[in-house]
Design a protein around this ligand. Structure first.
Ligand SMILES: [Ca+2]
Ligand SMILES: [Ca+2]
Ligand SMILES: [Ca+2]
Ligand SMILES: [Ca+2]
Length: 470
């Protein structure tokens, strides 16, 4: 565990450094142009309070305010003009150490920018564009909607009309289906909220906004600060939710995972000339000679999206409990919802959806969604590069993210091979504090996982050594 903490700590420092480099807490003045953020999450409205769940589903909408923290106005033209923001709501749950997305709404198309002062505590001044309901949001100004507006069907359109990296939308083309109480809203399975099934779970709401002028602003980095989250309290009887604590501006909800669990490492990774993903992960000892590997991948604004997630896992490891979790689109959205398939081959554990070439509407990890990948392995972690394969064709075909993956038994120097270096380390372990005393550097030789390095392990190591490819 100590070694694990050290690795996590080092990676946390690296992440924090990268994070500080992009974290736009002092964004105003960093670049020229409009810069839209979600300034507040001030309520959550349940549309199934009276009806109860419909086919096991509860429906919500998340009330939101926007701020323009940039140096130029943000367009707010009413549809069918595409020159207005669209924003969407998501729900997440932290439970048993895992962080999952449990709700996903359509997008709300905005019109009518009020010129208010919600963000004045950060910005100082609002330079209003006009006196009331305007088709632009002034510099330093905010605008807000009623608590139900983000759930009113006439304002909602499918996500498939949005290119989050370009910030473009096609206007509202409603082609929904399904129950009118649910459609387009943030749909959540009641089973994902039921207190008896979700002991000690905590919930978070997220609002994520997209606009063309913001997306193109500051050399295509304007969209990086467009997701904001807030903790929600759940009423265990009515399933109504209320905001709790402060709104965390500019950070997607995956950062709530880390805020509630400091062992979580989060890496931001950018597709060259395209959008941004976040990868969060943690490795924990199960206390029985196995380790749990938990990963969450969030697509912030990549239109190319992800279709493959792959972790280097030595081919000989008996891994177990391979798991995947996604969040299905709904209400007639055109995307497939089939879960990703996993395979374990050639030194990689890989999850993938149907390739773009076979189905352009496959269940890729698209903008504003978070999918989970997990497994148990009999060895502690080492630093590896996990691979995120991009769904839509282009260059590069994948991006690499530094994270953790399981070691190879007996590979004490983590070079992926059982070799003379490892043999020397094994001899040191045998001669050092005593072969039955497992130390941090020797636990990689505990091949049978009984928490002792013993003669059975030495025998197993020698067999691997003698059959290893030179
Ligand atoms: Ca922005
Ligand atoms: Ca699914
Ligand atoms: Ca080695
Ligand atoms: Ca052993």
């Amino acid at each position: 565990m100590q070694a694990l903490r050290k690795v996590s700590f080092l990676i946390a420092i690296i992440s924090a450094t990268a994070f500080a480099a992009w974290h736009p807490s002092a964004a105003r003045g960093e670049g020229d142009g409009p810069d839209l953020i979600v300034g507040d999450i001030f309520g959550i409205f349940q549309w199934t309070t009276n009806s109860g769940p419909i086919d096991g589903i509860r429906a919500y909408s998340i009330a939101r305010s926007h701020c323009n923290i940039g140096t130029g106005r943000v367009n707010w033209f009413v549809g069918p003009s595409p020159n207005h923001p669209v924003s969407t709501g998501n729900l997440y749950r932290l439970k048993n150490g895992g962080f999952e997305q449990i709700g996903r709404g359509w997008t709300m198309h905005h019109s009518c920018a009020l010129q208010q002062g919600l963000c004045l505590n950060e910005l100082g001044t609002c330079q209003p564009v006009c006196g009331g309901c305007c088709n632009q949001l002034g510099v330093g100004c905010s605008t807000s909607n009623s608590i139900t507006r983000a759930g009113q069907f006439g304002n909602l359109g499918p996500r498939s009309e949005i290119n989050a990296y370009a910030g473009s939308n096609l206007g509202i083309h409603v082609f929904s289906e399904g129950n009118p109480t649910l459609r387009g809203r943030v749909n959540v399975k009641q089973a994902d909220l039921e207190p008896s099934l979700n002991v000690d779970a905590i919930y978070f709401g997220e609002v994520h906004t997209i606009a063309a002028d913001d997306a193109l602003s500051m050399d295509h980095t304007g969209g990086w600060n467009n997701a904001t989250h807030r903790r929600l309290n759940l009423n265990p009887t009515s399933f109504n939710m209320t905001p709790s604590g402060g709104t965390v501006r500019r950070l997607p909800a995956i950062y709530a995972w880390q805020a509630n669990d400091p062992d979580i490492v989060i890496e931001a990774v950018d597709v060259p000339d395209e959008g941004r993903f976040h990868v969060g992960y943690r490795v924990t000892s199960n206390g029985d000679g196995t380790w749990h590997y938990e990963y969450a991948v969030h697509n912030l604004n990549s239109d190319r999206s992800a279709g493959v997630f792959s972790i280097p896992v030595p081919a000989s490891l008996p891994i177990t409990n391979v798991g995947f979790h996604d969040i299905d689109s709904h209400s007639g959205e055109i995307y497939d919802v089939a879960d990703w398939e996993s395979s374990y081959d050639g030194g990689f554990l890989t999850w993938s959806t149907t390739p773009f070439e076979k189905n352009e509407l496959a269940n890729a990890l698209r903008w504003g969604t978070l999918y989970n990948f997990r497994f148990d392995a009999p060895t502690p972690p080492r630093a590896v590069n996990v691979r995120l394969g991009l769904f839509k064709p282009g260059a590069p075909p994948k991006v690499l993210i530094q994270a953790l993956g399981p070691k190879l038994f007996g590979d004490s120097d983590d070079n992926g091979a059982i070799d003379l270096t490892d043999f020397a380390a094994l001899v040191d372990c045998a001669q050092g504090p005593g072969i039955n005393a497992v130390t941090e550097s020797c636990d990689v030789f505990d091949i049978d996982g009984d928490t002792d390095v013993d003669w059975a392990d030495v025998g197993a190591f020698m067999l691997m050594f003698s059959t290893a490819t030179p």
